[in-house]
Structures are given as structure tokens and as C-alpha cells.
Design a protein around this ligand. Structure first.
Ligand SMILES: Nc1ncnc2c1ncn2[C@@H]1O[C@H](COP(=O)(O)OP(=O)(O)OP(=O)(O)O)[C@@H](O)[C@H]1O
Ligand code: SF4
Ligand SMILES: [Mg+2]
Length: 428
């Protein structure tokens, strides 16, 4: 049995209308039937474009959202069947690291207070002294000095804050850590450092990860298995090497074609498959194969009427496409979609970094984890999206902390910080 098993998980959010009476007029099919297994000590990378349901799936595992249908089983225990208090205690074994490190850390609490909170709630450490010692050793593991204890989140750089987020998860000695876009808010050089840190911690502590990203290059080297999501479902799942060697689903092929290759000769010959059309709304998903409205290989029959199952096509490679074998053999040809040469210029705006596309990136010399100067150049849209993510991360972190607290508030011997620190929004 795998450490974490999801079976047919669906999360449908009702869409309400009406002033006096809340009528349900439809649903957002955010997660629509996901089954996957995560083995102990391994990393499952979950990728897909914005809005495909990655975060909702992660939150459903932690039971931060209600599951409409399906089950989440951790180490043989079905979380849906656990009564409130037991679920709270069980939750210690599942932790989350959020995308926006600043948004998910309370600016009014110092690091000791932030890291002690969950430990107190779960009865870890006999007293604050014992907890402090443990926190110090974890801070050391994540590469932060022990004098970080008395400092506040705004005093750290983006990468350091993410290390604090990782430490907050680690102090609770979890079995599984769900990392939701753990590096997408960070500068490229810092991204590599944080990914390498996660990798080292896994080796040392035997951790199991689910790493969520919209960027295939981020999950490539850290993942044992990768699952690709499209509109609430998995469309392909395979061991990492197999997925990169031969993506079989048309959507994965298109995603993969956007990943720059470090070898300039190969890069110059690389072709990019440009998908046409926007991601359909998860409130009104297309019939049949959900990808058929954008699929360059879509066939007149079956694709728009019959929803393909995620099926094993050999070697642990699972694909949800009626024509996976025929596309691989070249007997089913492309019917739409533009293929362009990915010149070096053409990939400037590709959603991945070359540093991460390369194997384990050496950590950069120079001052560690400086704030991004590139970030200053991002457009308004990106800033708005980032702000939205910060709010989302803060809400999730708050919900997680609340969920971890017992009904009776535990006696805390960490004084809340007296200092009233302004939320540090100067980080970008
Ligand atoms: N609480 C909610 N109520 C209604 N709809 C929701 C809720 N949470 C998420 N959604 C919708 O569910 C869909 C999936 O959202 P989710 O945040 O899981 O996507 P994602 O893959 O994590 O995207 P991103 O890469 O932008 O973080 C989106 O259409 C989103 O608007
Ligand atoms: S089932 Fe049809 S539309 Fe869906 S991915 Fe395969 S070829 Fe494309
Ligand atoms: Mg998300």
C-alpha cells in the first residue's frame, strides 16, 4: 500500500445566485475525479496551467476543502472517516508549504512564535525551552541562523522566508509535505537553492512530497513521478524520466515543447506546439475529452463525445487519450494547432527558466538570496496575480493553523509579539 492514496477525488464548488435565497445554479468542477498514489520517501510532481485545480487538489488532501466525492487515504487511514479531533491530530502528518512565503507568515509574530504555534497545538515539546531547541536544529537544517528566532518575517529575503515556511512544516515531523508552487514567487537563482534544499531534506529525513507547479522544469529533477492536470483531471502520469523522454498526451507534448533545452544546437531545432484557444471554464467543461477544444490531434469521432479514462499504456505510463498509441506511432496526424520553430528569441517568454531546465543547478555565489531585481520589471498583470496568490496563501495558512488548533485553546507560553509590524509588502 502507498503512503498516500487518492481515489476518484472530486471537489465541486457550488455557484450560488439570488439575493434572498441562495440558489445553486451550477458548479465549478475544480477537481473532477483524480486518482493517484504517492509512495513513501518519494516526490510526486503535479503540473498544469493556472486554474486546472492543483491547489484545490492539494487542499482536499489536507481537508481544507470539503471533498464532494472520493477518498484520501494516508497510511491506510481514510481521512474522511476520522472524527474532528482525530482528524486534527492526524493532520500533523500532512503539512503544506505555500507559494507566497510572506503572505503565509503572520507579520506580527516572530519566527519562534510562528514555528512554536503548531508544536503547541500538537503537544510537541514539554516546554518552550525544549521547543526552542528543536526549532533551532530545524532552522539549522534549512540553512537559517539560530538568531532568526527573535526576528520577524519582513526582515528576511524571499528565499529565506520560504526556508521559514519549510521549517514550519518540518517542526511538526510530518510524513507528507504538500509544496504548493514553493518557488514560483522567488527569483530564479533562489528557486534552485530552495529546490535543492527540499531535495536534501528529503534524503536526510525520508520525507514524502507532493510538489505542485505550473512549470515542468521546476518539478523535473525533484520528482519521481509526475502527474499532468488539465481542467480538474489527470491527463498523464509517468515516472519523471519516462514523461520527459516521451510525453504521450497531446497536452503534455505541448507543455513540454515550451521547455527550453540547454543545448543550443538541439534548442535551435526544437519545435514548439502552440495551443489555440483559452483554457475552458471549469464551470462549463467541454464534453468528451476535455482537451478536445484545443487538442492539435483531436479526431472527429470519439474526442468530443467520449471522455477518455486514464489508462496504463505500459511501463507505469498512464494516459487519458483515446489515440495515445496512434499518435505515438504517427498513424493519427495533427489536425490543428500551430507548430513553430522555438528560436532562442522565441522562448524568451517561455514560462520556465533555463537554469531550472538544466540538471541540479549549482547554487550561485555572491550574496545569498537577494531580492529579485527582475521582479521590479514585471507587468501590472503579474503583480495583480501575485497579490491574489498572496491573499490565497495567507487564507490557506490561516485555515491550516486554525484546523490544527484543538477546540480548547492550548496554553501557549510564547508571548505574542508586542511590536506591531506593518505587513511587509515591500518584498517585491
Ligand atoms: N473556494 C472556491 N470557490 C469557488 N471556486 C473555486 C474555489 N477555489 C478554487 N476555485 C476555482 O477552482 C478552479 C481551480 O482553482 P485552483 O486554485 O485549484 O487552480 P490552480 O491549478 O491551483 O491554479 P493556479 O496555478 O493559478 O494556482 C479555478 O477555476 C478556481 O477559480
Ligand atoms: S482523446 Fe482526442 S482530443 Fe483528447 S487528447 Fe486524445 S486526441 Fe486529443
Ligand atoms: Mg494554485
Amino acid at each position: 500500500m502507498s503512503l498516500l492514496e487518492l481515489d476518484g477525488v472530486k471537489v465541486h464548488f457550488p455557484i450560488k445566485r439570488g439575493v434572498l435565497f441562495d440558489r445553486t445554479v451550477g458548479h465549478v468542477y475544480a477537481v473532477d475525479g483524480v486518482s493517484l498514489k504517492v509512495e513513501a520517501g518519494q516526490t510526486y510532481g503535479l503540473v498544469g496551467e493556472s486554474g486546472c485545480g492543483k491547489t484545490t487538489l492539494g487542499r482536499s488532501v489536507l481537508r481544507l476543502v470539503d471533498i464532494t466525492e472520493g477518498s484520501v487515504v494516508l497510511d491506510g487511514t481514510d481521512l474522511a472517516k476520522l472524527p474532528g479531533e482525530e482528524l486534527r491530530r492526524f493532520r500533523r502528518r500532512l503539512q503544506m508549504v505555500f507559494q507566497d512565503p510572506l503572505g503565509s507568515l503572520n507579520p506580527r509574530q516572530n519566527i519562534e512564535s510562528i514555528l512554536s504555534e503548531g508544536m503547541v497545538a500538537h503537544g510537541i515539546g514539554k516546554n518552550q525551552e525544549e521547543r526552542r531547541e528543536k526549532i533551532k536544529s530545524i532552522l539549522d537544517k534549512v540553512g537559517l541562523p539560530s538568531n532568526a528566532l527573535s526576528r520577524y518575517p519582513h526582515e528576511f529575503s524571499g528565499g529565506q522566508r520560504q526556508r521559514i515556511g519549510i521549517a514550519r512544516a518540518l517542526v511538526l515531523e510530518p510524513d507528507v509535505i504538500i509544496c504548493d508552487e514553493p518557488v514560483s514567487a522567488l527569483d530564479v537563482s533562489v528557486q534552485a537553492q530552495v529546490i535543492n534544499l527540499l531535495d536534501e531534506l528529503q534524503e536526510e529525513l525520508g520525507l514524502t512530497y507532493v510538489v505542485i507547479a505550473h512549470d515542468l522544469a521546476v518539478v523535473r529533477h525533484i520528482s519521481d513521478t509526475i502527474g499532468v492536470m488539465y481542467l480538474g483531471s489527470l491527463v498523464e502520469e509517468a515516472p519523471s524520466d519516462a514523461l520527459y523522454a516521451e510525453p504521450k498526451h497531446p497536452y503534455t507534448k505541448a507543455l513540454m515543447s515550451a521547455v527550453p533545452v540547454p543545448d543550443p544546437e538541439v534548442e535551435d531545432k526544437r519545435e514548439r506546439i502552440l495551443l489555440t484557444g483559452d483554457l475552458p471554464s471549469p464551470a462549463n467543461p467541454p464534453s468528451g475529452c476535455r482537451f478536445h477544444t484545443r487538442c492539435p490531434w483531436a479526431q472527429a469521432q470519439r474526442c468530443s463525445t467520449e471522455r477518455p479514462e486514464l489508462r496504463d499504456v505500459g511501463g507505469g505510463h498512464r494516459v487519458a487519450c483515446h489515440f495515445a498509441e496512434e499518435i505515438a506511432a504517427g498513424t493519427v496526424k495533427r489536425t490543428a494547432g500551430e507548430v513553430v520553430s522555438a528560436t532562442r528569441e522565441g522562448v524568451e517568454d517561455a514560462p520556465v527558466s533555463e537554469e531550472l531546465a538544466a540538471a541540479k543547478v549549482p547554487e550561485q555565489a555572491g550574496p545569498p538570496e537577494q531580492e529579485s531585481t527582475k521582479a521590479e520589471a514585471v507587468g501590472t498583470a503579474a503583480k495583480v496575480e501575485k497579490a491574489d496568490k498572496a491573499v490565497e496563501a495567507a487564507e490557506q495558512a490561516e485555515k491550516l493553523v486554525k484546523a490544527e488548533k484543538p477546540d480548547e485553546p492550548a496554553e501557549q507560553d510564547v508571548e505574542p509579539a508586542e511590536q506591531d509590524v506593518e505587513p511587509a509588502d515591500k518584498a517585491t
